[in-house]
Design a protein around this ligand. Sequence first.
Ligand code: CP3
Length: 342
Amino acid sequence: MNDRLVKACRLQPVDATPVWFMRQAGRFLPEYRKIREKHDLISICKNPDLCAEVTSLPVEILGVDAAIMFADIMLPLEGMGVKFEIKEGLGPLIHEPIQSLDSVSSLTTLNPKEDVPYVLEAIAQVKKILNVPLIGFCGAPFTLASYLIEGRPTRDFLNTKMLMYRDPKTWHALMNELATAMASYLRAQVKAGVDVVQLFDSWVGCLSPHDYHQYVLPHSRRIFKELEGTGVPRIHFGTGTSNLLEEMKQAGGDVFGVDWRIPIDVAWGRLGSDVGIQGNLDPAVLLGTSELIKSQAGEVLMKTKGRVGHIFNLGHGMLPETSPQKVIELVNFVHDSTQSSS
Ligand code: CP3
């Protein structure tokens, strides 16, 4: 059993730096595209056999040190009565976006065993075949709320901020519902067997530190608190969060995921040596030459050298245009160049 990832999360020495990638099971893999020709995204997620197969694909093909459950942050919302679809090349589309306290009140309580049995079943199945840790995940309340309010992917998050500023009561009611549901979803995933959990707050970087503190922190903090007793390491991820690191640390997490907009040593310095760090190569770097990839990955490794608790990753999801061969080279490069550092 390769447990580098769990060890790094716990700030323990490792024989080589663990590496995995967000969206490592996505469209850049021909093997995934082949399965996608016959099944849509949601159907793969809802079929535990297929889901377990897709989840373990990147471990076999790329040699990464962790698998992440093949699912989507939107899936559990179905159990709360939200109707949506996921449009290829765009993202989630919500049929009736949330606009008022009434629409928040009509959300139902998530019961993971009844509402997402297929996720829990797939976790049990994939655990049987994996020799690396399995990462469970959910969307953070802010990122989920932004989709629910905007109804579709956005750049400026204006409707989200408008509701937050104009109707704080509805905002906090929505965030509260989402935090409760996601805490129970993650606890169910832990019970089913995941070894690490990651909270994806992909879009929270659009907020000021003040607004993060007031409108987001209490809700994300509750999720981390409710997971504390499980003993499972918790990764707290966001993009464009260089203005928010201190606030995010207050919300909780054992490891913080940062993107390429901030040097990884600067981010880690601000977070402190009592937590781990995950990142932070720009996914677009993988579209460059092998020399460029090694040079930029080498920079990340140099900036984290000599410290326990670094997990190598991209700053955000793998791009569909990425060549699997370049990714395999990168995984080997990370392992080879850190092997002696234990
Ligand atoms: O390999 C993995 O990382 C695990 C699988 C995973 C998916 N979604 C499958 C998926 C994970 C971790 C997610 C999380 C997710 N989903 C996030 C948070 C992470 C992030 O990227 O910030 C968000 C914001 C979503 C919502 C969502 N779902 C978007 C924005 C998209 C992209 C739309 C597109 O086509 O580019 C999706 C669809 C989606 N979810 C795909 C995959 C592999 C790609 C489309 C497909 O294969 O049909």
